[in-house]
Design a protein around this ligand. Structure first.
Ligand SMILES: Cc1cc2nc3c(=O)[nH]c(=O)nc-3n(C[C@H](O)[C@H](O)[C@H](O)COP(=O)(O)O)c2cc1C
Length: 420
């Protein structure tokens, strides 16, 4: 039986550890727990002991505990040490090599891999000191999962700092116990050689981005206000996370992301053709603002304005539904299909309906009402809609949205063991 030593830090997310212990036990993984002094302010050793079915260790100078199973044995008798929630303070002490309580003494004495799941207020997480400590710990070979973006326990607070979801942590633990250093975003320290295997390594990610242009005649077209910034940020993030990326881009004014294969198209029909040609893919992210309609019979030559004549009327026909077509593809359907929904009214309700109707796994919905600054801007405030429910993500840069989305996608694929 594989054994995890779970170190529970003193953060609000400590209560989630009860579920984490249960999920690990369900998978036949033994869990022994250490609680910091602060952790005991949030949940009791009694509850943790009852769920883990093991004596909970809390004190470095506990004579009885030390006789039963000393701190060095605690450190050695596990296959993996997990710190969750990893508080800012605990990360600081780990980075400094402190050993002034049972948790840090064990972390210093262990020789097995360590996985940390940070959870804290976004200001604490983004603080230079915390980021410095995280970099130090990554360099020391500590694996990290999260934190994710989302609402905080404190009312009205949101940002990056939420502990990774229990399912994500379980999947990462399983990966690390299986000796799979590829299972996440962390680093593995082997004989001081730091090898990096990012979360989307070996995956093919297909992204659509930008608007489409639907010709009226050779010089005029119908377009929309999409800048392509969010879609291009997603392609760039997927590349950074190690994926092979194909970006199908409508006409945009921004540069192609580096290291990405880009196909430039104009119309919705060309975009669908390029998407079909790029399959199979593990993940498909449809961030392009595809025109719903095109002109039924575009003029072959420029439509001339004749003095006194009535303006021409344009008959529109429906364009192919790229997202719906791909999401309902049988064998060639990507394992994870993510759509974007740009709405101006009842954003979340419309996104939920669209997700179901089109058999899409996830929808990222944003409000593109006038004055919101989403179209063409560098920031986005999105609602993340899945079968499990809706998460309201805080205001973030488009690069941060891209990063958060693709890390989630990577964890989802790892958990579902899916690949093309
Ligand atoms: C109500 C409350 C909530 C807290 N939540 C967090 C948190 O989520 N993350 C964090 O890093 N610190 C949090 N703290 C601060 C830690 O509890 C404090 O830094 C403590 O010393 C951490 O101890 P430990 O790292 O040994 O568990 C919180 C404190 C209080 C009073």
């Amino acid at each position: 039986m594989k054994r995890v030593l779970l170190i529970i830090g003193g953060g609000v997310a400590a209560y989630k550890c009860l579920d984490l212990i249960r999920r690990l036990a369900e998978r036949g993984i033994g869990v022994r727990c250490i609680m910091t002094k602060a952790a005991q302010e949030f949940i009791t050793p009694l509850a943790v002991g009852a769920i883990s079915n093991e004596r909970v260790a809390t004190d470095l100078f506990d004579l009885e505990g030390e006789r039963e199973i000393g701190h060095i044995r605690l450190a050695r008798e596990a296959d993996l040490v997990v710190v969750a929630p990893a508080t800012a303070d605990l990360l600081a002490r780990m980075a400094q090599g402190h050993a002034n309580d049972l948790a840090t003494a064990v972390l210093l004495a262990t020789r097995v891999p360590v996985l940390a799941a940070p959870a804290m207020n976004p200001a604490m997480w983004s603080h230079k000191a915390t980021q410095r400590n995280v970099r130090q710990l990554e360099g020391d070979g500590v694996h990290f999962i999260g934190p994710n973006a989302g609402e905080m326990a404190e009312k009205g607070e949101a940002g990056v700092g939420r502990m990774a979801e229990v399912a994500e942590i379980v999947s990462r633990i399983e990966g690390l116990l299986a000796g799979d250093s590829d299972s996440g975003f962390g680093f593995l320290n082997v004989s001081n050689v730091r090898t990096v295997r990012p979360v989307l390594a070996g995956r093919h990610v297909l992204v659509t981005s930008g608007p489409t242009h639907e010709p009226i005649d050779p010089v005029r077209y119908i377009a929309n206000r999409s800048s392509g910034k969010q879609g291009h940020a997603i392609a760039a993030a997927a590349r950074r996370l190690g994926a092979r990326v194909t970006l199908i881009s409508g006409p945009v004014q921004i540069a192609d992301p580096e290291g990405v294969e880009v196909r430039h198209v104009e119309t919705a029909r060309e975009m669908l053709e390029a998407v079909e040609a790029a399959l199979p893919a593990d993940i498909a992210v449809f961030a392009a603002a595809v025109a719903d309609w095109r002109v039924a019979a575009p003029g072959r030559g420029k439509i001339k304005k004749a003095a006194g004549a009535a303006p021409p009327s344009l008959e529109l026909v429906e364009n192919p539904d790229i997202l719906g077509t791909i999401a309902k593809r049988g064998a060639k359907r990507p394992a994870l299909v993510i759509g974007f929904a740009a709405e101006t009214q009842t954003v979340v309700e419309n996104a939920k309906a669209k997700r179901k109707a089109k058999a899409i796994d996830w929808i990222v919905a944003n409000d593109v009402s006038e004055g919101g600054g989403v179209f063409g801007g560098d920031r986005n405030r999105v609602h993340f809609v899945t079968a499990e429910g809706v998460e309201d993500w805080p205001d973030m840069s488009k690069a941060e949205v891209a990063d958060a989305l693709l890390k989630r996608a990577g964890a989802y694929l790892a958990q579902n063991r899916a690949s093309v």
